[in-house]
Design a binder for this molecule. Structure first.
Ligand code: MLT
Length: 203
């Protein structure tokens, strides 16, 4: 994983640790305001993607817009999973109590953790995610609540793809809450507020 990671210990050691995963071109500081909104007392682990696309950090390679390099996606997913194991030891947090908060490319790697690494996440807030991979058996996600923020006019994460993702997660047993807006791909404050309300209710 990237050498660039940020950890801040929260005042509530029982609250889920928030794993922040930025969008393409972002950094580990981008989503810090979301953590404050979603769970201000939580510990926060925020990482910078270690793949560069024209100088822009991402969490895995893509072949084109919306076309993922599957081999790299799997490799980076395993890498992030291992990084979380390591970070839990280093920063002394409960490895079983990590909730991802990701936007766009960050939501996609969080989705990939859900698909491929059983038990890696206790829950996930996915802002504008896509289907990370097709044709694979998902683990049992019945204890892994997921929030999906989506825009009906998002040209990258289409309504059809978002609905496909919801169906895949629900088929694996995940309790999914979808929050739809009329927006495009951008992350808006009302969507973050909806995620925060969901989080407070679920955790
Ligand atoms: C991706 O590549 O993960 C998605 O296209 C979202 C993006 O980063 O633009």
């Amino acid at each position: 994983m990237s050498d660039e990671a940020y950890f801040s210990k929260g005042i509530d050691s029982k609250a889920p640790v928030l794993l922040l995963l930025h969008g393409t071109g972002g950094t580990e500081t981008d989503l810090l305001p979301l953590a404050k909104e979603i769970s201000p007392d939580s510990s926060v682990l925020s990482v910078r993607g270690n793949v560069l696309e024209n100088g822009m950090p991402r969490f895995f390679r893509r072949l084109a817009e919306g076309v993922f390099d599957e081999e790299d996606l799997l490799l980076r997913t395993e890498e992030l999973h291992a990084f979380l194991d390591e970070a839990a030891g280093q920063y002394e947090f409960d490895r079983g109590n990590v909730v991802a908060v990701g936007y766009s490319n960050g939501a996609n790697i969080a989705g990939s953790l859900l698909f491929h690494c059983e038990g890696s996440l206790r829950g996930a807030v996915l802002h504008h995610p896509m289907v990370p991979r097709r044709g694979v058996q998902l683990p049992d996600l019945s204890a892994v609540p997921c929030f999906i923020g989506a825009g009906r006019n998002d040209p990258i994460c289409t309504v059809a793809e978002t609905e496909e993702l919801i169906e895949l997660l629900e088929s694996a047993g995940a309790p999914v809450t979808a929050h739809w807006t009329a927006q495009g791909h951008q992350l808006t404050y009302p969507e973050v507020q909806a995620a925060a309300a969901w989080f407070k209710q679920v955790f």
